[in-house]
Each structure stands twice: as C-alpha cells, then as structure tokens.
Design a protein around this ligand. Structure first.
Ligand SMILES: *[C@@H]1O[C@H](CO)[C@@H](O)[C@H](O)[C@H]1NC(C)=O
Ligand SMILES: *[C@@H]1O[C@H](CO)[C@@H](O)[C@H](O)[C@H]1NC(C)=O
Ligand SMILES: *[C@@H]1O[C@H](CO)[C@@H](O)[C@H](O)[C@H]1NC(C)=O
Ligand SMILES: *[C@@H]1O[C@H](CO)[C@@H](O)[C@H](O)[C@H]1NC(C)=O
Length: 365
C-alpha cells in the first residue's frame, strides 16, 4: 500500500517533469522559429490577398507636389484626363493596411540605406518611395545625385539614402572579344549591394527581349557559350546565382531583403475578359474582386521556387496578384513615347507602386 502510494507520487512527479520538459522544448522551438521567421508582423493576415476599394483619401500624394517624377510615369503631368484611378486603396482580406507615414518611415531608417536593384519597374517603385517620403517632409534638405549606375536620393536631415541600382538581369553582362556576354553564373555587380540595410530586388521584363532590344550577343553558363536558350531556363539560372549571392553576403541580423515579384503588363484584353481589346488604353477602373481571369504569370512560379531554396530570410513582395487587377494603372499614351507610345508595363505615379511601398511599410513597421 505505502509502496503503491510512493510509486504513484513518483509517477506524478515523473509525468510533471516530462510535461515541463515538453513545454520548455515547445517554447524553445517556438523561439528559434520566430527568430528565423520572415518579417510578417500580422501572421493571420496575408497583405497580398484582397481587393481594391474606392477611397477618396487616396492617392497618398499629389503628383504635382513631387518634382522628381520622370516624364514616363507622370501621367497627370502628361495630360491623362481621368482621375478615378488615383482614388483606390488596397484592402487585404481580414485586415487593413496601416496608412503610409513618411515621417515614421524616415525616423525608422535614420542613418540607414535602402536600395532598389533591377530594371525600370524598380525605378518605378524607387520614384514612388522618394515621392512618398519627400511629400511627407517637403521642407527637408535632400541631395539627388547619380554615381555610375546608382541613383541616390539622400534625406540629409535623417541621413536616409534611397538608392536605385539599374541591373536589369541581376547577373552580369560583360563585353568580351566575342561580343556582349550575359553571364548567368556571375554576380560581380553585387559589390554595390554589400552592407545596404534594406534591399529590394527585381528582374523579369528583360528576359524576353529579342532583336535590337536584346543587350547581349551570347549567354554563358559554366564554361559554355550559347547563341540563345529557353529564356525561362536562363531566368531561373540567373535567379539561382543571385540566390547564392544572398546566402553568401547577407547578414540577416542587420539587413532586410525583399524580392519585388512580377509586375504584370496589360496588352491583351482577353486576359481580363475583354477580347478584342489590345492595350490598357482607356481603362479607367480596376477589376473588382480578387480574381484575374488569366491567372498568374508562369515566371512567378519560377521565382517562388528559387526563393524557397535560399537559406537567408528573403520576403517576396508579392505584388503580382494585386497589380494584375490594375489594368487602369498604366501610363498608356500618357507616358514614355507620348501619343505614339503605348506603355502598359510601367505604372503612373501617383499609383500602384505606392501600394507596393505601403505594403513594404506594413511589413517592416
Ligand atoms: C495638386 O496640387 C496642385 C498644385 O498645388 C493643385 O492645383 C491641385 O488641385 C492638387 N490636386 C488635388 C487632387 O488635390
Ligand atoms: C550631394 O552628393 C554629391 C555626390 O555624392 C556630393 O558631391 C555633394 O557634396 C552632395 N551635396 C550635399 C549638399 O551633401
Ligand atoms: C491574347 O490572348 C489570347 C489568349 O491567351 C490569345 O489567343 C491571343 O492570341 C492573344 N492576342 C494577342 C494580340 O496576342
Ligand atoms: C489572387 O488572390 C486571390 C485571393 O485574393 C486568389 O483567389 C486568386 O487565385 C489569386 N490569383 C489570381 C491569379 O487571381
């Protein structure tokens, strides 16, 4: 009997001990996974899933108050007659975005550097961020300059640098005796990205360029040269080289890394159930709801697969889905080329890239 009670007490203590051990283990695991987690403050809400709603308190700035918008994005300046496209806010399912606050952003990044790396869609987002910050502090001192391929906008009172490195493929294009070589394994250009506090990368639009618009003569991978190859395969190889650069060079305790995703174009109305429509010209409102009839571009799947192989934390700024709905957001004839051009790839500013930056802001708050 006494032995039995002793045994029972022994068992109770043993069970308690195991319970505490398990709790400690769970706590420990939870802690390590939180340390490795990507910067999603609202784990229950996916900022990239939602719909566009009318909101007269948008846009976030008046484009005439931002003198840095280049003519190719300055739709109102170029005479775009309609304005309704400016008054939309992105509303994620299950939560609302915190409105972009330029002053809070500048304070958070005091003394720090931000760099966009990529093609003209990166320039689009870079100019948007410069305008968002500048219009919030229009009296602040700044310095806008360019060094080589890098454009630098410095908010001098805050010591915040907002930079753009034009690198359309992220991997190198090098001139050799044979001609211009697109080197899929080479990221020498990455020397400019070292030590930057926040990096936002992007590449896609140039991979399908051919003829005179193609800025290389051969592709090199390993020791082999190719006159051409499947462009999606080349794109994926280059992304893997970039991924390797990230894993080798990024210090996650000091640096934040984002990838812009695929910024979609709107040249074929069949994609949004308007067959016969051959451009974004005259589109005055976004698609309602959350579904884009043509679905997501295949290149996004390639990006996502490569991002999964990276060991360092990189957040996909998954702008594709929300931007697909904005067939009304492009300059069309009020951008580069003017009346004779038809730009359904870039975005008007103010406009859609402000939302990309507003989401970025919500991710790093
Ligand atoms: C934008 O600013 C200009 C110049 O200050 C002003 O004339 C215009 O009404 C403003 N637009 C809006 C929508 O507030
Ligand atoms: C602006 O930047 C350029 C290039 O770095 C530099 O030469 C110039 O002194 C800067 N101006 C100010 C006011 O800091
Ligand atoms: C538009 O897309 C549809 C469906 O993918 C395709 O059949 C059509 O040829 C495309 N039109 C143009 C002008 O590319
Ligand atoms: C976009 O997001 C919605 C949810 O908001 C989802 O239902 C849809 O499948 C996604 N993709 C496309 C191409 O619409």
């Amino acid at each position: 009997m006494i032995r039995n009670v002793g045994l029972r007490i022994g068992w109770t203590f043993f069970t308690l001990f195991i319970c505490i051990l398990i709790s400690l283990l769970v706590l420990l695991l939870h802690h390590t996974s939180a340390a490795n987690a990507q910067p999603y403050p609202h784990k229950t809400c996916n900022f990239f899933r939602g719909s566009w709603i009318k909101d007269e308190t948008y846009p976030l700035y008046n484009s005439t108050h931002c003198p840095f918008i280049e003519h190719e994005f300055n739709c109102q300046g170029k005479g775009r007659p309609d304005k309704a496209y400016l008054n939309y806010r992105w509303k994620p399912h299950g939560c609302s975005l915190t409105r972009f606050d330029g002053r809070a952003f500048l304070k958070k990044f005091k003394g720090k550097s931000i760099m966009f790396v990529g093609d003209s869609l990166s320039r689009n987002q870079w100019q948007s961020l410069v305008c968002l910050l500048y219009t919030s502090e229009p009296k602040a001192n700044y310095n806008a300059t360019r060094v080589g391929d890098v454009s630098i906008f410095t908010f001098l009172d805050f010591g915040v640098k907002v930079m753009l490195d034009r690198s359309v493929y992220l991997v190198d294009v090098v001139r050799e005796e044979k001609g211009r070589i697109l080197k899929l394994d080479s990221t020498e250009g990455g020397k400019l990205w070292k030590g930057i506090d926040m990096l936002i990368f992007n590449t896609w639009h140039w991979w399908n360029r051919r003829g005179v618009a193609q800025p290389w003569d051969y592709i090199k991978t390993g020791e082999k040269y190719y006159k051409d190859m499947d462009r999606m395969v080349a794109f994926e190889k280059a992304l893997h080289a970039w991924a390797k650069w990230i894993d080798t060079n990024i210090d996650p305790s000091k640096q934040l890394v984002f990838f812009q995703g695929i910024s979609p174009s709107h040249y074929n109305g069949t994609d949004w159930n308007q067959p016969g429509v051959k451009s974004c010209s005259g589109q005055r409102r976004p698609l309602s709801g959350s579904i884009y009839p043509a679905g997501l571009p295949p290149a996004l799947g390639v990006q996502k697969n490569v991002l999964r192989t990276i060991k360092k934390p990189v957040t996909l700024l998954d702008v594709t889905n929300l931007s697909l709905l904005r067939k009304d957001g492009h300059p069309s004839i009020y951008g580069m080329g003017g009346r004779t051009g038809m730009d359904c790839s870039h975005w008007c500013l103010a406009g859609v890239p402000d939302t990309w930056n507003e989401i970025l802001y919500n991710l790093i708050l």
